[in-house]
Design a protein. Structure first.
Length: 150
């Protein structure tokens, strides 16, 4: 019961946060923004975003320990997350919105994985695709078009 209440509270939090992010974008096209959620389990990492993009924030539900890291993009799937890291692994603070503002260049992907003491976690994130290194234009879409089904 408590878990259900926490989940409902998290959904309201994510909805309010998404509304805030959408209004903060000013005159930019909403088609470049991605607001998504997923569950991450101990059985494997997930790709959140592939470049070129800016990962703006990652919200972690509850007290789950997660790590964010970048890898070389091969096919834009979870298989990429098993490759060597291209940057340092960063710990995400549980239970809060983690402001990331990470620019992801073309040819790289951002992955998220649970830390060893965690079994599963729920996350929500906001990313914006970029065109030619600038936050304008109509560049290629971010990966994970089907993220809502996961």
């Amino acid at each position: 019961m408590i878990r259900a209440i926490r989940s409902i509270g998290f959904l309201f939090f994510v909805g309010a946060l998404a509304a805030g992010c959408a209004t903060a974008s000013g005159g930019l096209s909403r088609s470049r923004d991605l607001h998504a959620t997923t569950r991450v389990a101990a059985d494997g990492a997930r790709v959140l975003v592939v470049g070129p993009a800016v990962l703006m924030h990652v919200d972690v539900d509850g007290r789950d320990d997660l790590a964010l890291y970048t890898v070389a993009r091969k096919d834009g799937t979870e298989t990429d997350c098993t490759g060597p890291l291209t940057g340092e692994r960063k710990h995400l603070r549980p239970g809060v919105a983690n402001l990331v503002n990470l620019t992801v260049p073309d040819g790289q992907a951002v992955c998220i994985a649970v830390e060893p003491n965690t079994r599963t976690a729920s996350v929500a994130w906001h990313a914006r695709r970029i065109d030619g290194g600038a936050v304008s234009g109509h560049g290629p879409a971010l990966a994970l078009e089907d993220i809502g089904g996961r």
